[in-house]
Design a protein around this ligand. Sequence first.
Ligand SMILES: Nc1ncnc2c1ncn2[C@@H]1O[C@H](COP(=O)(O)OP(=O)(O)OP(=O)(O)O)[C@@H](O)[C@H]1O
Length: 284
Amino acid sequence: MALLEIENLVVEFQTASGPFRAVDGVSLKVHEREVLAIVGESGSGKSVSMLAVMGLLPWTAKVTADKMAFNGRDLLKLSPAERRKMVGKDMAMIFQEPVASLNPCFTVGFQIEEVLRVHLGLDKAARRARAIELFSAVGIPDPAERLGHYPHQMSGGQCQRVMIAIAIACNPKLLIADEPTTALDVTIQKQILDLLMRLQAEHGMGLIMITHNMGVVAETADRVIVQYKGRKMEEADVLSLFESPKSNYTRALLSALPENAVGDRLPTVAGFMVDEAPVAGAAQ
Ligand SMILES: Nc1ncnc2c1ncn2[C@@H]1O[C@H](COP(=O)(O)OP(=O)(O)OP(=O)(O)O)[C@@H](O)[C@H]1O
């Protein structure tokens, strides 16, 4: 049984100019301990499809699917209260902007301890001990002292480590990482990716890595979904995708890697305003 199984997910937003379809019939599966990358350019519906799984979209979004099941439970039938119990505990998400994702009004210690209180019901002493343990696990120096800091007192990389600590606090079965390194310095990006991969392996989590970076895909993923304009264009294991991409869009993404630059001009993904059909089997 897949950990997460989605069939024919459609997300439409009500906008002033009428309905806008951000996700158009995406299907995917993630298994325990598997790393699935969802790759595609900005606006291709990567974040919206995962926010739909988490139940974190605004009321203007209409979410429909033939199936949306997590760990054997039908997400489409869960009450809001049941969903809240699951999100942040069994499935967790980290975001692109770590500083903005934390609440500036509370210490990072309060924020992680609140997750431990709400989801696990730990008492004060146990919460503090576990928070220190989690901060150490994600490589935050002087963890006991750091618990008393506010987000603005920490660097972007440190805040992302805090976000990761919060996300893994309840040992989730599935972690969704939405461009987790994009907002960070290049030097820090690799450290955060390495940390995520180490934690994924240690905890045996399923991991969905949302990215527009093919380098990140190559370093992390077992399987890849290529998304474009809300549709799944191609799905393949990571080696096949790099060695023999089937869709023209995937080929264009790969040829747009900076190492393929000629002279001082970076390659671009051009000419995809024309619609390309998904490759056979991608729509499943
Ligand atoms: N609340 C909203 N109301 C209307 N449209 C929205 C809303 N949220 C997202 N969208 C639109 O849905 C589309 C998909 O957005 P999404 O954030 O999923 O893209 P993405 O592939 O994750 O890109 P990025 O890498 O830039 O985050 C975009 O065109 C976006 O403008």
